[in-house]
Design a protein around this ligand. Structure first.
Ligand SMILES: [Zn+2]
Length: 126
């Protein structure tokens, strides 16, 4: 467990990052690609901006398969449809296919091993 003695501050929006609840194993903040501390809200904004610019994002399927989130749990995409299919090539291996929409109504698709496991989502051409 990590104990934070000084309050820390987001390097983007300068908001105070509250210390995590006692007994929590999370830090309460994320790190950007230059290892600076950023709050979860800014982390989500950064991931959203990346996703819209590049049309691809590595994310996680929510436990209930209703949403695609970044690692702190911020919602990037809303799942519209998902289906688990067995792959013929690998017997017993299940693959989760996910269709989702972003905040601008554009459609995304990805496939992965299931909830809680990293999935690469790609924006679909209209
Ligand atoms: Zn921030």
């Amino acid at each position: 467990m990590i104990t934070i003695t000084r309050p820390c501050r987001c390097s983007r929006c300068r908001a105070d990052i509250p210390p995590p609840p006692a007994g929590s194993c999370t830090t309460g903040y994320a790190r950007d690609n230059r290892r600076r501390k950023v709050c979860y809200a800014c982390c989500l904004k950064t991931d959203m901006a990346y996703m819209h610019k590049h049309g691809v994002i590595s994310a996680y399927v929510g436990e209930n398969k209703n949403e695609i989130t970044n690692w702190p749990g911020g919602v990037l995409l809303r799942v519209t449809y998902s289906a688990t299919r067995s792959h013929n090539l690998w017997a017993c291996r299940q693959l989760l296919h996910v269709w989702a929409v972003d905040d601008k109504g554009r459609r995304w698709y990805g496939k992965g091993a299931g909830p809680g496991i990293c999935i690469t989502m790609r924006r679909l051409a209209r």
